[in-house]
Design a protein around this ligand. Structure first.
Ligand code: GDP
Ligand code: MG
Ligand code: K
Length: 296
């Protein structure tokens, strides 16, 4: 039993200003071995990853605001297949954040939430601003319109109810190996996100065969005062794939590089210099030691 591991994607949704970011900070903030992406706006996909242990239960929580886009890295094939479909169905737990004042009359949203496969926790935030009666009223309101798995009342601002919510999330997580390498992430989160961005651009720019047979490793990541200098190696299995990746006079890979760089600059909020190298590594997928080198 001890070596069982829980892992899953937690999707945080809700209207602007209900306290999603504040809640995220509470859920991620005090717990160790965590990463949050540098730019913490809701545009970004992964808001935070928490690795930890609760009563002998090891876990990895992946908080995200648009689940299913960044693919888990362990077991390449499965991850590709499993995480293509977006939306609510990809989350293992959905936190629907509302606040105490909110009048939620978007019926379509409610309907959609009602259909979510994942357990839905309805969070009523900002209870520090409300009376007992107001809180009770809100709870019964939500029971009538949505009847979620559970309703939790919290104050993300002062931390009320956060511990209970955290434990609830872990309880609901499925048994699953970690999606993201624990060490690599805590070590070099920026590299990891940079490599993911390049991978995504490759996925968008080439037909199936290429993206599935290549791997991206950011080998150098030097952050200077006003620029980040990055070197990335893109591994393919055959030289024919290298030729496709390159394109005529290297135009195609150059396009990937430009698109990746622009997104990185937005992500890191800094100018980025990116140099990409394509390397042929036959059957890299089969080679465990190679995978290790890649940080899996
Ligand atoms: P988001 O847009 O959903 O990410 O909301 P934010 O986390 O940015 O919070 C919006 C505003 O609500 C900020 O001014 C927060 O300080 C405030 N806020 C968030 N949680 C609470 C809470 O529990 N109590 C109170 N009083 N204010 C809160
Ligand atoms: Mg926010
Ligand atoms: K699911």
């Amino acid at each position: 039993m001890n070596n069982m591991h829980k892992a899953g994607f937690i999707s945080i949704i809700g209207k602007p200003n209900v306290g999603k970011s504040t809640l995220m900070n509470q859920l991620v903030g005090e717990r160790l071995s965590i990463i949050t992406s540098k730019a913490q706006t809701t545009r970004h996909r992964i808001m935070g990853i928490v690795n930890g242990k609760l009563n002998d239960q090891e876990f990895q929580l992946v908080y995200s605001d648009t689940p299913g886009i960044i693919k888990p890295m362990y077991e390449l094939h499965e991850s590709m297949m499993e995480f293509v479909h977006g939306s609510l169905e990809d989350a293992d737990v959905v936190l629907f954040v509302t606040d105490i004042f909110e009048k939620y009359d978007e019926e379509d949203v409610i309907k959609k939430l009602g259909k979510s496969d994942a357990p839905l926790l309805l969070i009523i935030n900002k209870i520090d601003l409300a009376t007992e009666e107001q809180i009770e009223e809100k709870i019964s309101h939500w029971k009538t319109v949505l009847n979620p798995r559970e309703i939790l009342t919290i104050s993300a601002l002062n931390g009320d109810g956060i511990e209970g919510l955290f434990e609830k999330i872990i309880f609901l997580l499925p048994q699953h190996p970690p999606y993201f390498p624990k060490d690599a992430l805590t070590d070099k989160p920026e590299r990891f996100f940079a490599a993911e961005i390049i991978r995504e651009k490759i996925l968008q720019n080439y037909k199936k065969e290429i993206p599935y047979s290549c791997e991206v490793v950011v080998t150098e990541f030097k952050e200077e005062e006003d620029i980040i200098r990055m070197y990335a190696e893109i591994y393919v299995e055959r030289s024919s794939q290298r030729a496709i990746l390159l394109g005529h006079k290297g135009e195609r890979i150059k396009k990937v590089g430009t698109e990746a760089r622009l997104e990185m600059e937005e992500f890191f909020q800094k100018k980025v210099f990116l140099k990409q190298y394509i390397k042929v590594e036959p059957d890299w997928r089969l080679k465990k030691d190679k995978l290790k080198k890649f940080g899996y």
